[in-house]
Design a protein around this ligand. Structure first.
Ligand SMILES: [Zn+2]
Length: 827
């Protein structure tokens, strides 16, 4: 506020008419309306209160529920089936009395009558519109899925739910949710124990496409099981939405409570089990050799085998009718998952973190021989690398183990302490030679980083996945991207592109878009919307808006405020501002609440030097300028070429004063006026003028246009005639009066030759061709192409040899003759 007088003086100098016409273009409520784009977010965010503070931190009376689980589960390998006894202790830490509690029955999504299956549309069921004809088509995979649903019944078979005293409680199943009515309301600060039994068939993951299930290996008739969303889990009860029991439709993931788990897993005796939590009975399930190897792994410099590839190969050859029970305890986790197979190779390596009380985290990988050689080479290293990078951006990894299991073809899925990850090499069918593609290698490393990263977001920073996909996927993809660039300099994260900001521009220009702030189940273009666009947004925020120091501090603050708690989008938006002192409301509006894209352009540049206003110096310059701008006309020149004599040429007596003096001739009155002007200047004005002239100052007016609509900083590179360059980052606030077009003033004592925007690809600008003035000719190579004859020649086609037929049976009809029978090729 100290500079208000100076600011007023400057405003007064602005040509008001120009200002008004720009404001007209940026009409109220239209894209480009700065009132809207720079309006504070308060109207869109929930009102802060005692549970969530205006700073974005948990409020003074923040609360969340807690649920502890005890489960005994048995895997029936012959029938691909789970049966379990389960007990939940639910602690009501809310200020509300609860008449009922809700559990999530995620496996019910696979029932024939589930909301998800009945509301599925053809386009999502593996069909596609034929691009050539007008008909519909159906994939093999879609038909296999249909058949798999025909073959077996899925969903929970639930026994009665009883309280601790054995009393049966009334229950009502609603699709993927079950309500358990309590005989008396559960008062704040009290808890209830419920017990029940259940059974369910395990889905064939490859056929049905789920986050868990079993995988069949036909080559050696073996299976692996990876169990996720496998048991009834408490629905979260929150301060912002009450029970989060929006039905599971398959897309919006899971909203869960923290608690302790004690799980006993009974599997065939030759299985190796990987699980959330710490193994409680190694003596009962591991050999002494395996236990000794595990001990060595704690301090190993590289991953060492607990089960070697050879041992795994030998183990998978036989089967057994005996069983063994593995017991795991997981503390302060929001979920529990496990995997089991006789196929597993197992390697491990202890990871030491500097600022953690825990001596080490055991990083482990479980995979079949089909994953070799890339799994033993990369998996456990990728697990540890993730913890190294993510902990720097958030907090030390708080759990005792971090696991990567090779569960499927591609893709991955995350749970506390354990992740399921895809990608395997290919074995040639004839030779058995194993090779792997570039995308399998980097896909594997990338997916492990991504899924282990999810142990931080949302397994610890426990955002509401059923509502907001971006809060875990977006933040996690952003950190994955950072971790990948720290794995290898040119890590191909986004297809062939390394830079997320180059990758995202095509999506941001597309028409079929919804804002990032959209409920998970209604997002269109899911991947770019919930993963790469928020990741790109955070990359812009870090590198082009806030800078690394402010961003990293604020992001770490968010992570630490909300670890083991439940943040909402407002808590993220508010914390990033609160901890950095940067007003980001325009940024959240544009990137998270809007669908505009970034396309800014450098327009005209006008160059000036300061005028002395001395007519003897300036009028000749004006004459030159006039001649340059308004050269003689073609007619004038042509007349002269043809030797045309004008009347004045022919009658020189017609000439007078004006034929000797053009409009730039200096008169004494002009000189007197200049003298007057100099005399009337205040001392400081004269000093300013003389100094500017002496320095030979250049004045530039540079126009910028906002074509895409999303307001953005303008990272400029100014290049000078002497070859030097200057980086000049213009903050996004430059658009706050007019979000469509702005003009920047530059005063420099050397001559500018070009202004370039976003030379370093920092702002996801989708059209780079308009990013430099003067424009550049784009250079590339062009390949000549041959026209192709697409016409079908049935007579010629009929002469083709039938593959696999003996030569003798070949048609001997005269080539091209009329005798050749025209018949469709049998298929
Ligand atoms: Zn993810």
């Amino acid at each position: 506020m100290k500079h208000s007088l100076a600011a007023l003086a400057l405003v007064a100098l602005l040509p008001l008419s120009v200002h008004a016409s720009n404001a007209d273009k940026a009409a109220k409520g239209m894209p480009g309306d700065p009132d809207k784009l720079f309006a504070q977010l308060d109207t869109l965010l929930p009102t802060p209160g005692v549970t969530r503070a205006a700073s974005g931190a948990p409020g003074a009376q923040y609360w969340q529920q807690r649920a502890d689980y005890r489960i005994q589960v048995t895997l029936d390998e012959k029938r691909h089936r789970l049966s379990a006894k389960q007990s939940i202790t639910y602690m009501n830490r809310s200020p509300d009395a609860l008449n009922y509690i809700w559990l999530q029955l995620d496996q019910n999504i696979f029932r024939d009558d589930s909301l998800a299956r009945r509301s599925e549309v053809a386009a999502n069921a593996g069909t596609r519109r034929d691009t050539v004809g007008s008909g519909d088509s159906l994939s093999f995979a879609a038909m296999r899925r249909h058949q798999a649903f025909e073959d077996r019944e899925y969903g929970y078979e639930m026994g009665p739910v009883r309280d601790a005293s054995g009393r049966t409680l009334r229950t009502t199943v609603n699709d993927t949710m079950i309500r358990i009515d309590l005989p008396t309301p559960l008062r704040p600060g009290t808890s209830i124990e419920i017990n029940f039994e259940w059974q369910s068939n395990i889905v064939d993951e490859a056929a049905i496409g789920a986050r868990g299930g079993y995988e069949y290996f036909s080559k050696n008739d073996t299976y692996q099981y990876f169990l996720a969303q496998w048991f009834p889990r408490l629905v979260a009860y929150t301060d912002y939405t009450g029970w989060q029991h929006k039905q599971f439709l398959g897309r919006g993931e899971f909203t869960l409570e923290f608690g302790d788990y004690d799980v006993e897993i009974t599997v065939p005796a030759d299985h190796i089990v990987a699980s959330t939590g710490v193994l409680q009975n190694p003596d009962a399930v591991l050999t002494s050799e395996q236990r000794a190897r595990l001990k060595r792994a704690e301090t190993a410099k590289k991953p060492i085998f607990i089960v070697t590839p050879e041992e795994a190969l030998a183990n998978e050859k036989e089967g057994t009718n005996r069983t063994r029970t593995w017991r795991f305890k997981g503390e302060n986790v929001r979920d529990f998952a496990w995997a089991s197979s006789r196929k597993y190779i197992w390697d491990a390596m202890g990871y030491r973190q500097s600022d953690s009380k825990r001596p080490f985290v055991m990083a482990m990988s479980f995979y079949p021989n089909e994953g070799e050689p890339i799994w033993s080479k990369y998996s456990t290293h990728a697990v540890i690398h993730t913890m190294e990078v993510y902990s720097r951006f958030s907090f030390p990894y708080p759990y005792p183990v971090a696991i990567s299991v090779n569960s499927w073809e591609r893709g991955g899925m995350e749970y506390p302490m354990i992740t399921f990850n895809g990608y395997r090499p290919t074995a040639d069918e004839k030779t058995g030679k194993v090779t792997y593609s570039r995308s399998a290698k980097y896909g594997l490393i990338g997916v492990i980083i991504h899924e282990v990263g999810h142990i931080y977001f949302p397994m610890i920073v426990n955002s509401d996945e059923r509502q907001w996909t971006w809060m875990d996927e977006g933040l996690n993809t952003f950190l994955e991207y950072i971790a990948e660039l720290e794995w290898e300099e040119n890590f191909p994260t986004f297809g062939d592109k390394t830079n997320v900001l180059d990758f995202i521009t095509a999506y941001m220009q597309s028409t079929d878009q919804v804002p990032i702030m959209t409920n998970s189940d209604t997002i269109v273009q899911f991947g770019p919307n919930a993963y790469s666009k928020p990741a790109a947004a955070l990359a812009v925020l870090r590198e082009a808006v806030m800078g690394r120091e402010l961003f990293d501090h604020a992001f770490r603050e968010y992570s630490n405020r909300w670890k083991f708690k439940r943040p909402t989008p407002a808590d993220f938006f508010r914390t990033m501002e609160d901890a950095s002192g940067v007003d980001l409301d325009w940024f959240w509006r544009g990137w998270f609440y809007g669908t505009d894209h970034v396309d800014v352009a450098v327009g005209d540049i006008r160059e000036y030097q300061v005028s002395t206003q001395d007519p003897d110096a300036e009028f000749p310059l004006k004459r030159q300028e006039f001649a340059a701008n308004w050269p003689e006309s073609y007619s004038q020149r042509q007349n002269r070429t043809e030797g045309l004599k004008t009347r004045v040429d022919r009658y020189p007596e017609l000439k007078d004063f004006y034929n000797e003096n053009d409009q730039f001739a200096v008169a004494n009155k002009d000189r007197n006026e200049f003298k007057d002007f100099r005399e009337k200047l205040r001392d400081w004005e004269r000093t300013v003028l003389d100094r500017a002239i002496k320095a030979g100052e250049y004045v530039y007016f540079v126009d910028f246009k906002n074509i895409g609509g999303l307001v953005t900083p303008l990272p400029l590179t100014l290049t000078y005639a002497d070859g030097s360059t200057e980086e000049y980052p213009v903050p996004a606030e430059v658009w706050r009066y007019n979000a469509l077009e702005v003009t920047k003033l530059f005063v420099r004592n050397k001559r500018l030759v070009s202004v370039e925007l976003d030379r370093n690809h920092l702002i996801a600008d989708s059209d780079k061709s308009n990013n430099i003035t003067p424009r550049r000719i784009e250079q590339s190579r062009i390949e000549l192409f041959r026209g192709r004859d697409r016409e079908r020649n049935q007579m010629l086609d009929a002469l083709a040899e039938l593959k696999g037929e003996p030569k003798a049976e070949k048609s001997t009809g005269a080539a091209g003759g009329q005798d050749v029978p025209l018949q469709p090729v049998a298929k």
